[in-house]
Design a binder for this molecule. Sequence first.
Ligand code: NAD
Length: 260
Amino acid sequence: MKLQDKVCLVTGAASGIGKEIALTFAREGGRVVIADLNRAAAQAAASEITGSGGAAMAVTMDVTDEAQVNAAVAEVVAAWGGVDVLVSNAGIQIVHPIEDFPFADWKKMLAIHLDGAFLTTRACVPLMQKSGRGGTVIYMGSVHSKEASVLKSAYVTAKHGLIGLCKTVAKEGGKHGIRANVICPGFVRTTLVDKQIPEQAQALGISEDDVVQKVMLKDAVDGEFTTVQDVAQAALLFAGFESNALTGQSLVVSHGWFMQ
Ligand code: NAD
């Protein structure tokens, strides 16, 4: 058990990548907090974990809302005493060509990806300092933390920003044993990607099949989507790693789409 009794707060854990990370961490003995906007789905994910013998609780959290983030973290402290691992994963996608990008959508994207990462980090880091055990902060970046694609100016900007936040948290956290990392997945077949396929087909004037084969999977060495399990295993590697050797690093998990 790599995470025995560690309290692991995962944002956006009611579905997709976040949910798989929560299930994986619970199987490794972690006490998992499912933090999500969608209360009913968060509760269902927590029940799935407790139903199979794991430890989980659900909290309602809009990661862009300072008061809600702080209140939800306080709820976790009251129940379980602190937070050892934060996975800042909640995210959405909005695509437009830059010249048509509504300012409101731009701000919404930066708020969820960057304000959310900042607010949850700021709420959890003092708990990791206080515990004396240190902790791990994992940001869900993307290949788009390193590479750009058309139509995704806000997403690419936000995901690049997470690399800077991670490196700073790693430097500030060093003396407290607080580590920070970014996971950079390729395309994963979740609701976030399923929604993009018809949108991109329309915006690029190509078929949905061509969006999948010629845009999303064009450079994967095996022509395959990255899976939620691929990403959860990378999260487990960082969360369970027992020294500071990997702190500040980002790891691309993309079936070879992007290589460094
Ligand atoms: P998803 O849509 O399946 O899940 C996202 C979850 O975040 C949902 O449960 C949703 O309710 C929650 N959420 C949305 N806004 C929120 C908010 N303001 N506060 C709290 N929760 C909120 O998406 P996913 O594909 O699992 O994406 C998870 C993360 O992985 C995102 O940061 C995304 O950018 C990143 N990512 C996804 C892919 C991919 O191909 N799917 C690739 C690289 C990175």
